[in-house]
Design a protein around this ligand. Structure first.
Ligand code: PEP
Ligand code: MG
Length: 892
């Protein structure tokens, strides 16, 4: 018999923390806390296998599930001394989802289950608080109807609003028990009208309805979106956790809250959290009321005059603080906890490894390693490489920062500017149009997730550090200011007002998520600085990784940034990128469009001094490190003059008529330029181009060597070869030029000639090519394009659907297609090494900065990866994790 249901209580637990696949994250951790005898309300977990069964069998359950659930309910009855469906002494339950990976707020929850017309009376009696009992019942009717019966919440909100208006009340708290009773009558009538039968009164019917709704919510639209954005497979399924209710809303000695064992924004080792007196858990997460601080220290730091849990409930606080320490030590990681206090008794509802910003992830990892709680190797795996991106992004220039028009909580760090939008859909629309937006909302809900993703940053006027907006933004690495209460939003007028200034949709707003500030207009930003924990962790990563990390860079600015980020050389200098600007592009066009060798040489003579100077500068910046310069590889369509103005300009420079030039340009037009006259083909047809470039490289190296006193090793790379003959033909030009420059200058520059492997044929012919090539650099952009037969310029319109439909595991231009392109890389590496055992192998396609692809590179033992400067720290960390053979730990 399959075990579908696992029970837990502070007495015993049938599962444990390692059973996340089966019990989901929340379930596994509840079992783990229970096995530590922490105060967990008794309950049981229905496994993710039931979810799988549910979807495989037309939304039905395994036949023996009901019996197992009944048995588990009976156990909860025994533990609590209450009866499920016992009107006199009712057991009330919560029903929550819990997948293997946390998906905050994406799936459904039902609380107060088991309440009906009869048991509400008992609850009123036993709690001694009629208001509380009826309030709970109406909450239950609303939640259950919304989640299970598909009766939208706004129906109930409207009834309540109307009722309050009719009585002249403004707040829910103005309502008496009698008021709630009347509201409940209306609620039930609304349900009956909507579904054609009465609101279910039998607790067992309620329970199965809720279980079905939670399983069904695994496939709701927002859960699907969240899974797609976070690469969570749909096959995982969710578990369902059913637990005895505990009430944080039983008056002033009750409370509910959320806490982190360390600060999730900064990583500081201080208990950090928020709570609300007399409230249910959902109230804190939804951000409807602004919560209070847990510790005195945090209260003082926030300048709040509302008491902390520490002063309000000192005994509970002590027990809670000790529990948080115990859990952190037990899990050896920062925990994110939910708790409830019911009439002075603490209950732990959840613990999990806390989501955190990259800054916090670094600090927590480094401090835990320094404290001996984890090893350095573990610390390295505790930071998601791509999360470092958050730290590499600009912050506001403090010198130029204007006074904020509003302040809120620093919910997620980073700075961003954009046009004000008031809805998620508008943010998505602007993003589509290539425009930047700041999403401004009273509060956000899971329905807004696509807009949060599309916006540059998020501002909410309500909610705390653990509100939906804050948690989701932090996970996405998006700047967020939450609870900026001084902002008034008028959705109807599409305006926001703060500090007497009214801004409308489309006006520019800047936010500083690290400071919790909102500024009018665009504010200048400054580059990030890498210090402290960042350098420490990078140092540990560098000590462990095997692969070198180089930069794709061609300008002096990029090269300097790359070095400051720790680049160990340049892996790809795309020389055509050095010609994009000003008079240079004219000279390049002149060279391309010349129809005689003489004309071309005239243009090349103009380019030579520019190239020499550029190369000398790069060599100088990279003193002591290898610099790989690639010979010209211009897809012609990027360089041909397009407008009449451009044609006139080139015609003038060449001394020919515009018409003649237009005709020549038309002649060079290609149907398929990415597979056209580019790469080595250019040097084959016009050897004088390679000649000029080789001269510029060697002369630049001589110049840099003279200046720095250190010899330069130049690596000259030939792009897009099909096989050895092309390489040999160009290599001969390079070798001859090396001799010429040595003769002319009296300086012999050490150099290597290698090639890019970017065509399947080149990968297959690698054994032969290696006879001439001293190094290979895998150009996986082109190799992906040519292996998959997918144009890198046109893929966007159709490739997305492949990943959505699961036909490809991920975008092959982002993460290397290990099965296809990767196989060619492997073959080429093996064949290259067989010919030349010391051949140097690297990668310089975009994949060189992608953590998953870097893991692949380690598996085929490449010597280095090369990526854009801002991804260098990411690559250093990913290379270390790859060397450790461990996958990054997800903390974002
Ligand atoms: C490549 O093809 O992977 C490469 C690095 O070259 P480019 O992107 O310049 O074609
Ligand atoms: Mg290429």
């Amino acid at each position: 018999m399959t075990k579908w249901v696992y029970s837990f209580s502070a007495e015993r637990a049938e599962g444990h923390g390692e059973m996340k696949s089966l019990l989901g994250g929340k379930g596994a951790n509840l079992h783990e806390m229970a096995s530590l005898h922490l105060p967990v309300p008794p309950g049981f977990t229905i496994t993710t296998e039931v979810c799988t069964y549910f979807y495989a069998n037309g939304k039905t359950y395994p036949p023996d599930l009901a019996a197992q659930v009944n048995e588990a309910v009976a156990e909860v009855e025994r533990q609590t001394g209450r009866g499920f469906g016992d009107a006199g002494n009712p057991l009330l339950l919560s029903v929550r989802s819990g997948a293997r990976a946390s998906m905050p707020g994406m799936m459904d929850t039902v609380l107060n289950l088991g309440l009906n017309d009869a048991s509400v009376e008992s609850l009123a009696k036993s709690s001694g608080d009629e208001r509380f009992a009826y309030d709970s019942y109406r909450r239950f009717i609303q939640m259950y109807s919304n989640v299970v019966l598909d009766v939208d919440s706004h129906n109930f909100e409207d009834i309540l609003e109307e009722y309050k208006n009719s009585k002249g009340h403004t707040l829910d708290t103005d309502l008496t028990a009698a008021d709630w009773r009347s509201v409940i009558v209306e609620y039930k009538a609304k349900v009956a009208e909507a579904i054609g039968k009465p609101f279910p009164q039998d607790p067992r019917d309620q329970l199965w309805g809720a279980i079905g709704a939670v399983f069904s919510s695994w496939m709701n639209q927002r859960a699907n979106t969240y899974r797609r954005l976070n690469s969570i497979p749909a096959e995982w399924g969710t578990a369902v956790n059913v637990q005895a209710m505990v009430f944080g809303n039983m008056g002033e000695t009750s409370a509910t809250g959320v806490a982190f064992t360390r600060n999730p924004s900064t990583g500081a080792n201080d208990l950090y959290g928020e709570f609300l007196v007399n409230a249910q858990g959902e109230d804190v997460v939804a951000g409807i009321r602004t919560p209070q601080n847990i510790t005195e220290a945090a209260r003082k730091a926030a300048g709040s005059d509302r008491p902390s849990l520490e002063t309000l409930m000192p005994e509970v606080f002590k027990q809670f603080a000790a529990t948080t320490k115990l859990l952190e030590k037990h899990y050896r990681d920062m925990q994110d906890l939910e708790f409830t206090v019911e009439r002075g008794k603490l209950w732990m509802l959840q613990t999990r490894n806390g989501k955190r910003t990259a800054r916090a992830a670094l600090r927590v990892a480094v401090e835990m390693a320094n404290d001996g709680m984890i090893t350095r190797e573990e610390a390295i795996t505790r930071v998601e490489p791509s999360a470092l991106d958050q730290l590499l992004h600009p912050t506001l220039d403090p010198k130029a920062k204007p006074a904020p028009i509003a302040t809120g909580l620093p919910a997620s760090p980073g700075a961003a500017s954009g046009e004000i939008v008031f809805s998620a859909d508008e943010a998505a629309a602007l993003r589509q149009a290539g425009r930047k937006s700041i999403l401004v909302r009273v509060e956000t809900s899971p329905e807004d997730i696509h807009g949060m993703h599309a916006a540059e940053g998020v501002v909410t006027t309500r909610g705390g550090m653990t509100s939906h907006a804050a948690v989701v933004a932090r996970g996405m690495g998006k700047p967020c200011v939450s609870g900026a209460g001084a902002i008034r939003i008028d959705y109807a007028a599409q305006t926001m007002t703060a500090s007497g200034i009214t801004l409308k949709k489309g006006d520019i707003l800047t936010i500083d998520g690290g400071a919790g500030q909102v500024m009018q207009g665009a504010v200048p930003m400054v580059k990030p600085e890498m210090t402290g924990d960042f350098l420490t962790l990078m140092g540990w990563a560098d000590a462990i990784r095997r692969m070198k990390v180089r930069a794709n860079a061609e300008t002096a600015t990029d090269a300097r940034v790359a070095r400051s980020f720790g680049a160990e050389g340049i892996g790809l200098c795309r020389t055509e990128h050095m010609f994009f600007e000003g008079e240079r592009i004219v000279a390049v066009r002149e060279m391309i469009l010349a129809d005689t060798e003489q004309g071309r040489r005239a243009a090349l003579a103009k380019l030579l001094p520019m190239q020499r100077k550029d190369f000398a500068e790069l060599f100088e910046i990279m003193t002591g490190l290898p610099v790989t310069i690639r010979l010209l590889d211009p897809p012609l369509h990027e360089f041909l003059p397009q407008t009449d103005e451009e044609i006139d300009e080139v015609a003038k420079a060449m001394g020919v008529s515009a018409d003649k030039l237009r005709a020549r340009s038309a002649e060079l037009h290609e149907v398929n330029p990415m597979l056209g006259f580019r790469g080595v083909r250019l040097a084959i047809r016009y050897p004088e181009i390679a000649e000029m470039q080789a001269r510029a490289i060697f002369e630049g190296a001589v110049e840099a060597g003279r200046k720095t006193g250190a010899p330069v090793t130049a690596e000259i790379m030939v792009p897009l070869v099909l096989g050895r003959p092309e390489l040999d033909s160009v290599k001969a030009i390079i070798v001859a030029m090396a001799e010429t420059v040595a003769r002319e200058t009296g300086v012999t520059v050490p150099y290597h000639v290698g090639t890019m492997i970017e065509l399947p044929r080149a990968a297959l012919r690698a054994g032969d090519i290696a006879k001439s090539a001293e190094f290979f650099s895998f150009g996986t952009n082109d190799l992906t394009q040519t292996t998959l037969g997918v144009s890198r310029d046109d893929a966007a319109s159709f490739l997305g659907i492949y990943t959505v439909k699961g036909l490809l595991p991920s975008d092959p231009f982002v993460t290397i297609d290990a099965e296809g392109v990767g196989e060619l890389v492997k073959i080429a590496s093996e064949r290259g090494r067989a010919t030349r055992p010391d051949i140097k192998l690297g990668i310089c396609g975009e994949h060189g900065g992608d953590p998953a692809s870097i893991t692949f590179c380690e598996s085929v033992h490449l010597d280095y990866v090369s990526c854009s400067p801002f991804r260098i720290p990411i690559a250093r960390l990913a290379a270390a994790q790859a060397a450790l053979g461990r996958k990054a730990y997800s903390t974002a």
